[in-house]
Design a protein around this ligand. Structure first.
Ligand code: SF4
Length: 224
């Protein structure tokens, strides 16, 4: 997962006040279909699984790998003291949260006018405006311009999709089951921790009995 770590390294490092506010949902956010730790790319999911298997106690590991809630109100990795318990391997969406502020968003939007299609710049402004957090400090301002350009050009998403295409979620029997049931050729590209867990860690008996209903009700699965 060296490529994934190199991609993450493009995001300016930040320091967060550690309130954990962005790691759980208010009632209003929940009702408006927000989700924590989402989108999670398949490559990121597999990366986090490896970390959990290596760094957590057997009991905690069991809790996390059997977690199947698709859109939880509270991220399963949020620690009791509001810290992120998978901080070194947290996904891109958590790393980019708060990495831009209203001043840097406006500055980068102006700097790229004429160089990129205005629709791309507008999409960048819209997305980043929703990710501003006054409790986050940017520690690597020298990376902000390149980071903004990568967001505008979709480079992060492109690279995460490329890396995910190289990653199998689970074994051949599960894949055949998934393909038969959903009519899809490939595993989901982006889903949630709980969603991916059903396919990778639930028993085959559970999958055969319950997965069809789970899939039908899924809210976060990438559209085909
Ligand atoms: S992975 Fe960590 S930073 Fe991201 S939502 Fe969960 S607890 Fe928060």
């Amino acid at each position: 997962m060296r490529d994934l770590e190199m991609l993450y390294d493009q995001v300016p490092a930040t320091r967060c006040a550690g309130t954990g506010d962005c790691c759980w949902l208010t009632d209003e956010e929940f009702d408006n279909y927000y989700a924590t730790m989402f989108p999670l790319y398949r490559a990121e999911y597999v990366h986090i699984v490896a970390y959990v298997e290596q760094h957590f106690s057997p009991q905690r590991r069991q809790e996390l790998l059997s977690f199947t809630e698709e859109r939880p109100r509270r991220c399963p990795f949020l620690g009791e003291n509001h810290s992120c318990t998978i901080y070194p391997v947290r996904p891109l969406i958590c790393r980019t949260y708060g990495a831009m502020n209203p001043v840097s968003i406006a500055r980068q939007a102006i700097a790229h006018q004429g160089a990129l299609p205005s629709a791309q710049i507008r999409a960048f402004v819209r997305r980043e405006a929703g990710m501003v957090c006054p409790r986050v400090a940017v520690l690597e301002p020298e990376k902000v311009a390149r980071h903004a350009r990568m967001l505008m050009e979709g480079t992060y998403d492109y690279e995460l999709a490329r890396l995910s295409a190289e990653v199998e979620l689970a074994g051949a029997e599960r894949k055949r089951f998934f393909q038969r049931l959903t009519g899809r050729k490939e595993w989901p590209l982006r889903w949630s921790w709980g969603g991916f867990n059903t396919l990778r860690f639930s028993t085959l008996a559970w999958l055969r009995q319950y997965f069809a209903a789970y899939w039908k009700k899924a809210e976060l699965i990438d559209q085909k």
